[in-house]
Design a protein around this ligand. Sequence first.
Ligand SMILES: Cc1cc2nc3c(=O)[nH]c(=O)nc-3n(C[C@H](O)[C@H](O)[C@H](O)COP(=O)(O)OP(=O)(O)OC[C@H]3O[C@@H](n4cnc5c(N)ncnc54)[C@H](O)[C@@H]3O)c2cc1C
Length: 327
Amino acid sequence: MEEVYDLIILGAGPAGLSAGLYAARGNLKTLILEKGIVGGQLQVTLDVENYPGMDHVTGPQISDAMEAQTRRFGCEIMTGTKVLSVDLKSQPKIIKSDKGDFRAKSIIIASGSEHKHLGVPGENEYNGKGVSYCAVCDGAFFKNKELVVVGGGSSAVEEGNFLTKFASKVTLIHRRDELRAERILQNRFKANPKTDIIYDTVVDKIDGDFLGVTGLTLRNLKTGAVTDFKADGVFIYVGLQPNTEFLGTATANGSGSLITEAGIAVDETGKILANHKMETNIPGVYAAGDIRNTPLKQAVTAASDGSLAATMAIGFVEALEDSHLPA
Ligand SMILES: Cc1cc2nc3c(=O)[nH]c(=O)nc-3n(C[C@H](O)[C@H](O)[C@H](O)COP(=O)(O)OP(=O)(O)OC[C@H]3O[C@@H](n4cnc5c(N)ncnc54)[C@H](O)[C@@H]3O)c2cc1C
């Protein structure tokens, strides 16, 4: 008979690791399935200045500490295991992965999000040859080069600041007339002599040759003017999309809600709708971290979501077991 876990957590970012810690410490037989390596987006975050109690640490330092603590309480973590589909209506629930099937009484979806692409000509062609979505990973390849960062949120501005350590110049291209980034990050970027900002402008095309990126074709949204802009590399930070492929396509049901093929309710951007207890519309299935419709997407809120989801899963599994006891 195949093993049934009390809880399986999908994703080993801060939400999944925190959920694993609380669940294993709460005595649930818990497994985390992770398609890549442990840490989620923290693996590509250089300086984290706003995780309470941990001043000036790197993202990997936080996730390494979380992983060690979670494993210490007996949570299993299986990396390199991609979840492909789920059957959430059966009990136990079934998870199909590229490493086989798993069964669990309860599930926490903590699969986070990934960077959106611009979808312009040249982006795929020069991906890895000057186009990047990770300053921490690729910044050092651009010593004394001229770089462009696309976006106006905190990630774009923070990573732009980081890139000035290597680049001779970093130009931020933003489609609006003001940045959305936290004020402290904006001020730091604007005070740096190596930086510049071009507002009201979008990238129409990424240009290059056999060696890689050579520039961009830009379009001013107010004047319509199209210009060529020289650049040796482009870092793209234009938002995140939720990792929900394994839930299937979402379609509108009769009452106007969007429901995925796996039966989970999502909002119009694909993020999972969960209440303040992290409960989704399916009993025993919870969502935590960036994957859910939360107004703040940070490591600390993801960890908080994970702890709450695990606490609710403990209650669900205990109630399920009680219901099977003889009267
Ligand atoms: C560049 C950058 C800088 C940031 N800076 C900060 C900061 O300074 N402070 C801060 O608090 N936050 C910061 N954040 C945000 C923070 O990292 C995220 O909010 C947080 O990591 C979200 O955690 P999560 O666990 O919900 O999701 P994620 O970290 O996205 O983790 C989800 C995990 O699920 C896995 N997964 C996805 N799909 C599947 C599947 N099908 N099967 C199995 N596994 C799957 C992924 O591989 C990933 O490991 C930053 C993010 C970025 C990108």
